[in-house]
Write a protein that binds this ligand. Structure first.
Ligand code: HEM
Length: 196
């Protein structure tokens, strides 16, 4: 299901199955893949609140898949720009990144996603234990960087980046609000035990 947009874009790029990417196919590729990466990132962040609200622990498997798809679309977004827009000209890429700092912000987000993708397996989770949770909190930083990158490159209409910023703020705010309650709930049985 989550792969469908990528297949549609690949068909458009190759000009098969009657799919067209419009008058500016490179722009469409960068736009669609970037938008998908951001959506997947936001969906990943939404899983924990959803699980806490519904009690469905199998949502965690979905979180891993969404996170990996966010990385996948971010890589497609980056490579569409590197290959089709910049013609893989390293000097040009470097001068663009220096000239347009929002690219550096996006690049930082992708680089931070790499260790998370590499440690997304159950084996890595078991091996890293508590450190895995700490490492995967980088998702919050990545989401902020991604919204910042999006916001910064918009020329006029800020409504969409504002909407994403509000959603990410709510999803991160939920965690801040829930944290003391979760800690209290964890210590409750110990207290009960102590007084029993
Ligand atoms: C997690 C990482 C990233 C996310 C979620 C992301 C997301 C987005 C989004 C949503 C847009 C707006 C698309 C549009 O409305 O046209 C965008 C634009 C863009 N992004 Fe990214 N991006 C990321 C990383 C990167 C990286 C690493 C680069 C290249 C170094 C990059 C290059 C661009 C470019 C060139 C544009 C279009 C700017 C324009 O049209 O003037 N992005 N990105």
């Amino acid at each position: 299901m989550f792969i469908t947009p990528a297949l549609w874009l690949a068909a458009g790029a190759l000009g098969v199955a009657g799919v067209s990417l419009g008058v500016d196919p490179v722009r469409s590729l960068v736009h669609e893949n970037g938008t998908m990466a951001l959506r997947m990132l936001v969906a990943t962040l939404a899983i924990t609140p959803l699980r806490q609200l519904t009690g469905h622990s199998d949502l965690l498997r979905l979180r891993r898949m969404l996170g990996l798809f966010a990385f996948f679309y971010a890589l497609l977004h980056l490579s569409s720009w590197v290959v089709f827009d910049q013609g893989m000209d390293l000097q040009m890429i470097l001068s663009e990144v220096v000239k347009r700092p929002y690219l550096l912000v996006g690049l930082s987000a992708v680089l931070l996603m790499l260790p998370l993708a590499l440690t997304s397996t159950t084996a890595a989770q078991r091996w890293l234990k508590r450190r895995w949770t700490q490492l995967h909190r980088l998702t919050y930083v990545i989401a902020v960087l991604a919204v910042w990158h999006f916001w910064w490159q918009v020329k006029k209409d800020l409504r969409e980046p504002i909407a994403y910023a509000v959603i990410v703020a709510v999803l991160l705010g939920w965690r801040v609000w829930k944290r003391p309650r979760a800690a209290k709930a964890r210590s409750a049985p110990a207290t009960t035990q102590g007084t029993a």
